[in-house]
Design a protein around this ligand. Structure first.
Ligand code: SF4
Ligand code: SF4
Length: 355
């Protein structure tokens, strides 16, 4: 008989760093277009796996000297290579026992609602929109566009269904939401990415996390965001499986712009003259001269993409200010990461360019 212990052992031995098991009933009440039960209605169990981000992957950004390793290793590497290999391995093991394993690796920008702000309609990410715009000039269809998606059957949900990854990780008992909207675990703080398997195997679920709060509400993430994208006072609260999950209100589009392009003081790849010129007002969003929306971030992308191309197909991660601030705080002040490393991530102040 297939047991939770067997699944966990398989996942850990294949390379997952954490495994938790949740009951699908914990998704009761989530919006229909984000309810994973529509992917596999007979599924009874969700298996969540966390893949840790080595702290050193961000060392280059911490020093301001190497920015490529984080998006390529901690985004592309985990999402495209390491996690899918484990999902594949564990999925096969589950199916060898006569149950089905619907795997779901990390993805984005493919849903019927925007994965930026949850709004319906155009669901393209900025990178995709750029390609759509370019290809539209040649009247060629874009193969990843989902903006015309429709339910495949009456009363159904339009593909591609995307659920809330971090809340699914809560469902699996792996940890909790931090104020920064990052998912935190007792083992690795904010340093992990997650992937899931839905199965009809009736596995014993883990309880949801109920230990000491992992997030210290220290607001280091708020302070060290170059775009002031996170609110210090306003929050979002949802309940998952009866557990309260609360995080600070995040301006997702603004974060998208600053996360990928840093802004004048946090992007060494873009000459000062380009910021000063702010041609056509393309950098208004990063210069604090307008509110954030999709149109404004498209201008930013169009203007700055060439300075740090996205060769791995992932965002050009510049800042990570909130994640590094969180790691540094949890190491120094305690919570979950103290004593893990012989040397703290940060001993002085974080760098900022004087311009
Ligand atoms: S930096 Fe502080 S407030 Fe922000 S998520 Fe981490 S522990 Fe929570
Ligand atoms: S990723 Fe960067 S821009 Fe986004 S909230 Fe964190 S620090 Fe701010």
């Amino acid at each position: 008989m297939l047991t939770s212990e067997m699944v966990k052992e398989a996942a850990l031995s294949a390379g997952a760093d954490l495994v938790g098991i949740g009951d699908m009933a914990r998704f009761e009440g989530v919006p229909a277009e984000m309810d994973p039960r529509a992917i596999f209605p007979e599924a009874r169990t969700v298996i969540g796996m966390a893949f840790r981000i080595p702290r050193g992957v961000q060392q280059g950004i911490e020093q301001g000297t190497q920015f490529y390793q984080y998006p390529s290793m901690a985004y592309g590497g985990i999402n495209e290579i390491f996690a899918p290999a484990v999902l594949y391995h564990v999925g096969k093991m589950i199916e060898d026992h006569g149950y089905e394993a619907a795997v779901y690796r990390n993805t984005g920008a493919r849903g019927v609602v925007s994965d930026m702000d949850g709004s319906p309609g155009n669901t393209l990410s900025p990178e995709e929109q750029i390609k759509v715009n370019e290809q539209a000039k040649n009247k060629a269809a874009h193969h990843r566009s989902v903006q015309f998606t429709r339910p495949a059957r009456e009363g159904g949900v339009a593909p591609d269904l995307q659920f809330h990854f971090r809340l699914a990780a809560v469902v699996c008992g792996l940890g909790e939401m931090g104020w920064s909207k990052m998912f935190l675990t007792p083992e690795f703080g904010p340093l992990q990415r997650v992937a899931f398997i839905f199965t009809d195997a009736p596995l014993e679920p883990d309880p949801m996390y109920s230990g000491p709060p992992i997030c210290r509400r220290c607001m280091a993430c708020v302070r060290e965001c170059p775009g002031q994208c996170l609110s210090r006072t306003e929050s979002i609260t949802v309940y998952v499986g009866g557990k309260k999950c609360e995080w600070g209100r995040l301006d997702e589009w603004k974060c998208y712009a600053f996360y990928t392009h840093g802004g004048r003081k946090f992007n060494p790849f873009v000459p000062r003259e380009v910021w000063d010129a702010n041609e056509n007002g393309d950098l208004n969003l990063l210069e604090g001269k307008c509110t954030a929306n999709e149109a404004e971030i498209m201008k930013v992308y169009g203007a700055l993409e060439k300075y740090f191309p996205s060769w791995v197909g992932y965002n050009m991660a510049k800042c990570g200010g909130c994640i590094r601030a969180c790691v540094s705080m949890l190491e120094k002040k305690g919570g979950c990461m103290e004593h893990r490393f012989r040397r703290p991530l940060r001993t002085g102040k974080a760098w900022v360019m004087d311009r």
